[in-house]
Every structure is written in C-alpha cells, then in structure tokens.
Write a protein that binds this ligand. Structure first.
Ligand SMILES: Cc1cc2nc3c(=O)[nH]c(=O)nc-3n(C[C@H](O)[C@H](O)[C@H](O)COP(=O)(O)OP(=O)(O)OC[C@H]3O[C@@H](n4cnc5c(N)ncnc54)[C@H](O)[C@@H]3O)c2cc1C
Length: 314
C-alpha cells in the first residue's frame, strides 16, 4: 500500500482548492470525491443550484454544476488523483492515518476533511419538482436572482438563520413572510426585534409547510395551521428553507472533536483539528459564512497547514 502525503476527503470548492495547491507542490494528493455522499453528487452543494453570481471571475455568473466541473477539471489537470468513492470509516488512532472505502484501506501522513454540509429539506409534496425553480436553501446565494424580485417571498424556520434570511430578502421581495411552527421564534432577542419591527416582514405563527404548487416555477404554497389543522393556499414568488444544515461528519464516529451540532471544531481559527495531521476545510466546520469562496479559501489554508506539518515531520 502506498503511503500518501495528503488524503483529501470531499469534492466541493474546499477539497478541489486543497487538491490543486497540493498537486502543484508535487505532493501527489489523493482525493475521494464521494459517490452520492451525504445525498449530494460529487461536486458538492453547488451541483444543486443554478446560477452562481458571487464567485469572482465570472462576470455573467456561472451555473453551479459548471463551476464544479471546471474545478474538478483543474484538479485533474494539475495531477490530483481522484477516486469516486465515499469514505465510510477512518482510523486516526494510528500512524499513518487510515481512511477506508468499503474493504479498501488507504494510509496518509495527513488528511484534509472537506466533506461539507447538507442543507436540510422538509420533504413536502412538490419540493423535488420546484427545487431551484423558486425554492432554495440559501437566501444570500439566490435571493438577488431576478425571479425573486418584487414578489412575496416565504422563509421557513424560526432561528437566527431564518431571521437573517428574512431580513436579507426584504431588499428584493415586495414582502417577506416567515412560516414558523410555534408561537415564538427561537432566534436571539436582537434578531427577533429586528424581524418583528420590519415593515416588510410578516409572520405566519403556528404553521407548517404542507405542499408546493405551480407549473414550471413555484407559484403557490399550501400551509397547515398546527393548532386547527386547517390548510390554506397562498401565492408565493419564492420559498427559502432555513431549517438548518447537517455536517457530513458521521463517518468520523467521534475520532475528532465535533461541536454539539456535529461540525468539526478547529483550533486557533485555522484549519487544525483535535488530531495532529488532520485538517478541516469548508462548510464541514464553518457554520457562519457557508460560501463557495470561503470554502475555497479554507481549502487553501488547509493545504498550507498540512504542508507545514509534513515539513515539520520531515
Ligand atoms: C442551493 C444552494 C445554493 C448555493 N448557492 C451559492 C452561491 O450562489 N454562491 C456561494 O458562494 N455559495 C453558494 N452556496 C453555498 C456553497 O455551495 C457552499 O458554501 C460550498 O459548496 C461549500 O463547499 P465545501 O467544499 O465545504 O463542501 P460541499 O460543497 O458541501 O461539498 C462537499 C462534498 O463532499 C462529498 N462528501 C461528503 N462526505 C463524503 C465522504 N465521506 N467521502 C467522500 N466524499 C464526501 C459530497 O459530495 C459533498 O457534497 C449554495 C448552497 C446551496 C445549498
């Protein structure tokens, strides 16, 4: 079995950036891109979206899947060894570090984990049909798109993210309606105050999302009153889920320090983890920014940290 310098797990902007840097440094990185890992195609979250308008270098925007194909092509061109397999187990209690895909085992001096997070969905009727056709899991990413301008936009959720998304969307929609299943928001007091005071935001208390309707794009939503079970239909120009993300860290099985929500805990604001030689990049630890550019930036940082570690160990 070869001993790898750097094993990278993941296939989004963080993984490919780390791979490109490591390959250019002639470290011959091995990258596992996953096979529908976390329910998402190799390429990560951007494969689930249409236009990306905030990744620098593309003045006319670029389709998410095209951007990820370009990153993968660049990795291949630089010499990253890509395997289409999902890492299902690791053993970081040994040196070298071990990574497993089924019955195959790989050994590395360092490992970069860039497995991202998956935006939670609600699995309601019509969700699959209208995903990215009026329905999104990222207001900051998709809210400014023309299809959402001057429409009634809905946000599902009741935490800080839902409030932030609702406030952000007031710049684009004619009004924003927050659908919340309880009679009180979970968000911090300051976010609640801002949302409750905003003239363009309304709250549909004690309601859950029941069904999405439309022709090509989302046009209407059906919601259910949790107190009376009554259903009502509303015109909707857009719907944004803010019901949380699940970091793809199950396969780590407690080998690294994770926070209460399952995100990898990093040390000193850089990409080191609780295990020497193991680094984290992108949305698998970052629950604040969650953007392609920040994921790519942390992939670059993880490469430098891994490279320094390799140099220190000789
Ligand atoms: C609908 C939507 C629209 C968005 N639009 C934008 C936008 O316009 N601009 C922007 O900047 N950001 C946008 N984002 C956010 C952006 O997609 C993420 O911040 C970014 O993709 C995070 O990159 P990442 O490299 O950390 O991981 P991810 O993109 O999450 O990719 C990680 C991938 O690694 C693979 N993987 C997971 N587990 C394993 C495993 N065990 N073994 C092997 N492989 C594995 C999976 O394929 C996984 O999806 C959007 C997100 C969503 C959901």
């Amino acid at each position: 079995m070869d001993l790898e310098n750097i094993i990278i797990i993941g296939s989004g902007p963080a993984a490919h950036t780390a791979g490109i840097y490591a390959a250019r440094a002639e470290l011959k990185p091995l990258l596992f891109e996953g096979l529908n890992a976390g329910g998402i195609a190799a390429g990560g979250q951007l494969t689930t979206t249409t236009d990306v308008e905030n990744y620098p270098g593309f003045p006319d925007g670029i389709a998410g899947p095209d951007l990820m194909k370009a990153m993968r092509d660049q990795s291949v061109k630089m010499g990253v060894n890509i395997k289409t397999a999902t890492v299902d187990r690791i053993d970081f209690s040994v040196a070298p570090l071990r990574v497993y895909t089924g019955s195959e085992v790989y050994e590395g001096k360092t490992v970069i984990i860039a497995t991202g997070a998956t935006a939670r969905r609600l699995n309601v009727s019509g969700e699959e049909q209208f995903w990215q056709k009026g329905v999104s899991a990222c207001a900051v990413c998709d809210g400014p798109l023309p299809i959402f301008r001057d429409k009634t936009l809905y946000v599902v959720g009741g935490g800080d993210s839902a409030c932030e998304e609702a406030l952000f969307l007031t710049k684009y929609g004619s009004e924003v309606v927050l659908i919340h299943r309880r009679d009180k928001l979970r968000a911090s007091a300051i976010m609640q105050r801002r949302v409750l005071a905003h003239p363009k935001i309304k709250i549909l208390w004690n309601h859950t999302l029941n069904e999405l309707r439309g022709e090509k794009l989302l046009e209407r939503i059906v919601v259910k009153n949790t107190l009376t079970a009554a259903l009502s239909e509303h015109e909707a120009g857009g719907l944004f889920y803010a019901v949380g993300h699940s970091p793809n860290t199950d396969f780590l099985a407690g080998a690294l320090d994770l926070d209460e929500a399952g995100y990898i805990v990093i040390k000193n604001g850089v990409t080191g983890t609780s295990v020497p030689g193991v680094f984290a990049a992108g949305d698998v630890y970052d629950k604040k920014y969650r953007q392609a550019i920040t994921a790519a930036g942390s992939g670059c940082m993880a490469y430098f940290e891994a490279s320094d570690y390799l140099n220190e160990k000789g």
